[in-house]
Design a protein around this ligand. Structure first.
Ligand SMILES: NC(=O)CC(=O)C(=O)O
Length: 276
């Protein structure tokens, strides 16, 4: 049996970066989380989700936040998907980046948000990540002793092609640090996590920051886990909290055997391919 005990940390994002990091540290120290295998933090877990803050909070890979997350993974002997953070590269570009650490604190994955969140809903949400951020260009999967996991960030998950590419690369779980909002969250959040789970016969996990009505961006919260049948295993409300879900990878195999539509694709007629 390949059961992955996964902690979903729906945290509060403080203006002061160190407080957000201390919060993650304190939550992971809770004895209830003693036997977890994997922990996931939200998108921009230690930077308010606003363009004006991304350059100010950005750090290079290997910076203080990276170091702390690596240490947390090693200290608890867990895989840690460190939500996402603003990353500054040598050329000064800023990315919305998720780092993955193994049980020894080694970085085993890194995803830079590929699809920037540029929307303008009349009477609703406006955001233009491309004002400050540069998009990534890699499809990201990483390996654990349980199986292969796919990783993308928030708006990336709106692109079914990306989830399918991760599935084609062998992902059995897709994890998404994310921060939907009060315009898109109520209609699209749960629907999307269930739909991608059904289409790809994977577990899907979305981890969001808790809602803060004093912040410039109002996160929908509602961190969620759906199984490969599309059933919601767990969904939080908008408040900070931690939930543990058990992901049984045998379920993925069973569903794919019983309902083998991934094998029934007509690749003689259509095909999804990665160009880069
Ligand atoms: N914040 C995002 O990247 C995406 C989002 O909120 C949405 O797609 O809705």
């Amino acid at each position: 049996m390949a059961i992955i005990k996964t902690a979903i940390l729906q945290t509060h994002v403080y203006k002061e970066k160190s407080l957000s990091i201390t919060q993650a540290e304190e939550l992971l120290a809770d004895p209830e989380l003693k036997n977890i295998d994997l922990a996931v933090l939200p998108e921009m877990f230690c930077c308010p989700y606003e363009n004006k803050y991304f350059p100010e909070y950005a750090e290079p890979e290997g910076g203080d936040t990276w170091e702390k997350c690596s240490w947390l993974a090693a200290d608890h002997g867990i895989y840690l998907i460190a939500g996402s953070v603003p990353e500054r590269d040598e050329a000064g570009h800023i990315y919305n980046t998720s780092y993955v650490f193994d049980r020894k604190g080694h970085q085993i994955g890194k995803h830079r948000k590929m699809h920037l969140f540029d929307i303008d809903v009349k009477g609703g949400q406006y955001f233009k990540e491309s004002d400050t951020l540069t998009p990534g260009d890699q499809v990201t999967v990483f390996d654990t002793e349980f199986g292969r996991i796919g990783l993308c960030i928030c708006y990336d998950f709106r692109f079914p092609e990306l989830a399918r590419l991760m599935t084609d690369k062998g992902a059995e779980i897709i994890i998404v640090p994310a921060a939907f909002n009060m315009t898109t969250g109520p209609l699209h959040w749960e629907l999307m996590f269930r739909q991608r789970a059904v289409d790809n016969q994977v577990y899907t996990i979305g981890v969001a920051p808790a809602r803060d009505m004093n912040a410039g961006y109002h996160s929908w919260g509602h961190s969620i886990a759906a199984d490969p049948w599309g059933k919601v295993l767990m969904q939080m409300d908008e408040k900070p909290g931690v939930k543990i879900v058990e992901l049984d990878l045998d379920e993925v195999k069973k569903v794919r055997e019983q309902l083998p539509f991934l094998k029934h694709r007509r690749e003689d007629i259509y095909k999804l391919s990665q160009i880069k």
